[in-house]
Write a new protein. Structure first.
Length: 121
């Protein structure tokens, strides 16, 4: 069973009240939109490129279709398939885009809840 983090904060982002946990993850993934993604990416020191958006859109589509966040290996494979390099090349490209990893940056920017007991990929 997933437990809510101890400390939640509500902040105004783009004129909306957004609840985030103490690590900065959205509490409700339905609050996510591209403006929220830009805001969180800025906090992470990332300027979103088309390649970042390909990853984020894949993650959001996966969440919408399956009701759960995509495992990192699916994201690596998707990124590798874009140019035919395969999962290994996708993983390398992924960490150039999100140097602090799948959970710390990609999940946060994509508006996922903070994963519990999950490999950092």
């Amino acid at each position: 069973m997933r437990v809510l983090p101890d400390k939640l904060t509500t902040e105004q982002i783009d004129g909306r009240s957004i609840v985030r946990d103490e690590a900065g993850y959205l509490v409700d993934p339905n609050d996510w939109d591209e403006n929220i993604a830009h805001h969180i990416a800025m906090e992470e020191g990332i300027t979103l490129s088309e390649e970042h958006w390909a990853v984020l859109r894949f993650m959001r589509d996966f969440l919408e279709q399956k009701g759960v966040a995509a495992d990192a290996r699916f994201v690596f494979r998707h990124l590798g398939d874009i140019d035919g390099g395969g999962a290994s090349a996708g993983r390398t490209r992924f960490f150039r885009l999100f140097p602090y990893g799948y959970v710390k940056q990609a999940c946060k920017i994509a508006g996922m809840r903070q994963p519990r007991a999950w490999s950092t990929g």
